[in-house]
Design a binder for this molecule. Structure first.
Ligand code: CP3
Length: 341
């Protein structure tokens, strides 16, 4: 059935749009009192992710409450390591923890290549959400990019430097490549499963792109992102590599539709480096949403003008912070939806 609002898909394909479409990273989550209510009922974040009815409910909340032009399936990038054999826990106010981590070639050999069956709860959540959305807006599926997933599998938790993960690249490069290839194969299976279940668009999150040197990013990250782009072509794909300034020219050559920008990337310079064939996504500093309403409006319009009409999907330069007020988020979304070139 045809989508009632397919602005984001058309913008991703570089087609003309009546207005710039918008969605937000972390649009489902703690900024919404309605999310916090469901979360309080469930208790545990993982239980929420693993229960399709609840994942569906919180996926649709921002479409109803914020009026965004797409839903993104409520899940986490860390479901992939778990499906490969490394279970995680989400510790309240602290973040993810892995009980086992990857240290040696033997650890890598024990991991399996995940299939959509291993992640049936996400696949079921996508099918249910597609049904419940009733084609109002597209549903975005996602996965972590291999380097970011690798970083969590080696480190076992968040880190300022991810120095254990980087040490692995410098001390065991061949084993690192084996692990990255297993993550890549799992991710391709998983994303194809998401698309078969109904995902209309895909985003890869490379949250820790910015901590590698350009040469290492090319060798240990872009190489695998490129494999995914070449293997997952049934729907438009976005690559969001946070802080990867140095990789923008190379990202312009990936076989994907859209490149996500963070707020530290100059818009005109990014357009020049990435080229004119790609759609760009982003890139407002989420902290703008702590400002007053008129500052939010003015800065948002400035951003829209800097990107220009077409080939732009408005978003933040990274996820919303939990203490941003819902009405400020709504102001950002409404300003974009009301603006015409
Ligand atoms: O609305 C959406 O964007 C969809 C849902 C989504 C979540 N995580 C839900 C979530 C998405 C796309 C992610 C991706 C994700 N998860 C990334 C990549 C994007 C990024 O932010 O860079 C990363 C690095 C993770 C790993 C992760 N998950 C961390 C480090 C944390 C803890 C940090 C925190 O904010 O507490 C999470 C937990 C998490 N994932 C929450 C949500 C809503 C908070 C859990 C809660 O409700 O308490």
């Amino acid at each position: 059935m045809a989508l009632k609002n397919d602005l984001i898909l058309r913008a991703a394909r570089g087609e003309k749009v009546e207005r710039t479409p918008v969605w937000l990273m972390r649009q489902a989550g703690r900024i919404l009192p309605e999310y916090r209510e469901v979360r309080a009922k469930m208790g545990d974040f993982k239980e929420l992710v693993e229960t399709p009815e609840f994942a569906c409910e919180v996926t649709i909340q921002p479409v109803d409450i914020l009026g965004v032009d797409a839903a993104i399936i409520f899940s986490d990038i860390l479901v992939i390591p778990e499906a490969m054999g490394l279970p995680y826990e989400m510790i309240e106010a602290k973040g993810p923890r892995f009980e086992k981590t990857i240290k040696t070639a033997a650890d890598v050999n024990l991991l399996k290549i995940a299939t959509p069956d291993d992640l049936h709860y996400v696949i079921d959540a996508i099918k249910l959400t597609k049904r419940e959305l009733k084609d109002r807006v597209p549903l975005i599926g996602f996965a972590g990019a291999p380097w970011t997933i690798f970083a969590y599998m080696v480190e076992g938790c968040g880190s300022k430097t991810f120095s254990k993960a980087k040490k692995f690249l410098y001390t065991q490069p061949l084993v690192a490549h084996q692990l990255l290839q297993k993550i890549t194969d799992s991710t391709i299976n998983y994303l194809r499963g998401q698309i078969a279940a109904g995902a209309d668009m895909i985003q890869l999150f490379d949250s820790w792109a910015g901590i590698l040197s350009p040469e290492y990013y090319n060798e240990f990250a872009l190489k695998y992102i490129s494999q995914i782009c070449n293997a997952v072509t049934a729907v438009p794909l976005t690559v969001f590599a946070k802080d990867a300034h140095f990789a923008r020219r190379k990202m312009g050559k990936l076989n994907c539709n859209t490149i996500g920008l963070d707020w530290t990337m100059d818009i005109a310079e990014s357009r020049e480096m990435i080229g004119h064939t790609k759609t760009l996504q982003g890139n407002m500093d989420p902290c703008l949403l702590y400002a007053d309403f008129s500052t939010i409006k003015n800065e948002t319009i400035k951003m829209l003008k800097a990107f220009g009409p077409d080939k732009h999907i408005a978003n933040l330069g990274h996820g919303l912070y939990p203490d941003i007020e819902k009405d400020k988020v709504k102001c950002f979304v409404d300003t974009i939806k009301e603006f015409r070139f």
